[in-house]
Design a protein around this ligand. Sequence first.
Ligand SMILES: Cc1cc2nc3c(=O)[nH]c(=O)nc-3n(C[C@H](O)[C@H](O)[C@H](O)COP(=O)(O)OP(=O)(O)OC[C@H]3O[C@@H](n4cnc5c(N)ncnc54)[C@H](O)[C@@H]3O)c2cc1C
Length: 250
Amino acid sequence: MKPPRFEYHAPSTVEEACELLGSLEDAKVLAGGQSLIPLLNFRLAQPAHLVDINRLPGLDAIYERDGGVAVQALARQAAVEDSEVAAHVCPLLTAAVRLVAHRVIRNRGTVCGSIAHADPASELPAVLLALGGHVIGRSARGDRIIDAGDLFKGVFETALAADELLVEAWFPASSGAFAIVEESRRHGDFALAGAVRASGRLALFGVAPTPVLADPANPGRGLQPSGDLEATPEFRLHLVRVLTERVFAA
Ligand SMILES: Cc1cc2nc3c(=O)[nH]c(=O)nc-3n(C[C@H](O)[C@H](O)[C@H](O)COP(=O)(O)OP(=O)(O)OC[C@H]3O[C@@H](n4cnc5c(N)ncnc54)[C@H](O)[C@@H]3O)c2cc1C
């Protein structure tokens, strides 16, 4: 299908992008487009304006900061996958990004876009949560740090305001034992369920409206996963138990 009509904006500075997001009604940021464009084509999203951030200069760095790795808004998932800084400081992030879709999608898709999109089955929001990382939201009002624990509010819903651009995600170093495991129908598919172990914490994805921290001794407690054509709620709860065992054995 063709996307619905929208007005296209291509700001050339971050300030201009923030001004647009602050002044336009019903605007969406366009980053890698790997989630947004399919949503437009299926008419599941019909924003009046698209603010394309791909021409913004100086927003694609991956660098060491405060004992972790900072990933700016236009750093592609493939660049993070290949980054020596990320591999050195936060090898969990490198391992997780390799589980996201296929390389051709990672060539365009951004780490920050995946976090802003907040798909419950996504790997990177769960990694951010397990590590206790944060994001920086920028608007005409200034910068705001949002901890991962406060960021994910629901299915495709975050604490970012409509006028805020997610300019950077910060992943603390993955010290100590860490691992990410998931179960999907085929390599590259979204996970039916997944588990991340980092910094003594367990985060689960694909089994609740947001990634969740869980008790390793009883990981399914309080969970009510949804069912769909690919997995029943009971099967997802079974996966939670199996994946928790695997992630701690890894
Ligand atoms: C076939 C296929 C398989 C996939 N498999 C997986 C998978 O296994 N795991 C997984 O995690 N993902 C998967 N994805 C999604 C992919 O990782 C996307 O790249 C990612 O979810 C979104 O990143 P993007 O840069 O493409 O964002 P876009 O598609 O450009 O944007 C997505 C949403 O985030 C918002 N947004 C983007 N960047 C910002 C920002 N800087 N500030 C504020 N809002 C922003 C947009 O407004 C939009 O609402 C898959 C995609 C495809 C097409």
